[in-house]
Ligand binder design. Structure first.
Ligand code: FMN
Length: 171
């Protein structure tokens, strides 16, 4: 079985989470991890797509929010520079029959009705493209609105979440 983890990341936290999720999945599946900048617009030969990105302005990033992130980053280059999950999902071809998808985001640790959730928005779009969304969107937490460090333990939680996805897809 094969999984493709597609991540968008400004400051690096979502990328770190994506790599930990992939580590967890890799016990059960062959996993590729790819920056959304380089993600294919047609996904074939993959059983599970995992898409993750940062929550901006209550949902998926947009050109303006990414520009704001770039300003915050100053001299540091952003991890994803060309596009966000929103643009990738807009151009993504319809799913091959039976392909599963799950989504995650990084965001501030407050109730989702306050912070919004990029993962929820991405799951909706994947469903519209014909993907079978096979697990609830998951969130991993950062400390602040700016670059934001991941809360302690989040990478381990991400690895375990990946493991559980692998078990489910495998079983
Ligand atoms: C322009 C901008 C808007 C943001 N809006 C939100 C938001 O609405 N809700 C939230 O929980 N976090 C928000 N954040 C915090 C981001 O979720 C946080 O920077 C991100 O999780 C860090 O991941 P990254 O290092 O992969 O970019 C925002 C951050 C930026 C830069």
């Amino acid at each position: 079985m094969r999984a493709l983890v597609v991540y968008e990341s400004m400051f690096g936290s979502t990328e770190e989470v994506a790599r930990s999720v992939a580590k967890g999945l890799s016990g059960r599946m062959h996993v590729d991890v790819i920056n959304v900048d380089d993600a294919p617009d047609e996904v074939t030969g993959v059983d599970l797509v995992v898409a993750g990105g940062p929550t901006h302005v209550h949902g998926l990033t947009g050109k303006r929010s990414r520009d704001a992130a770039a300003q915050q980053a100053g001299e540091q280059p952003l991890h994803s520079r060309k596009r966000g999950l929103r643009e990738w999902l807009e151009g993504l071809a319809t799913a091959s029959p039976g392909t599963q998808a799950v989504t995650f985001d990084t965001r501030i640790e407050k109730p989702a009705w306050l912070t919004g959730s990029a993962a929820r928005a991405a799951a909706k779009r994947l469903r519209r493209k014909g993907y079978r969304v096979s697990a609830a969107p998951e969130s991993f937490f950062v400390t602040g609105k700016e670059a934001g460090d991941l809360h302690p333990g989040e990478l381990e939680r991400a690895r375990m979440w990946g493991e559980s996805l692998g078990d489910r897809a495998d079983g």
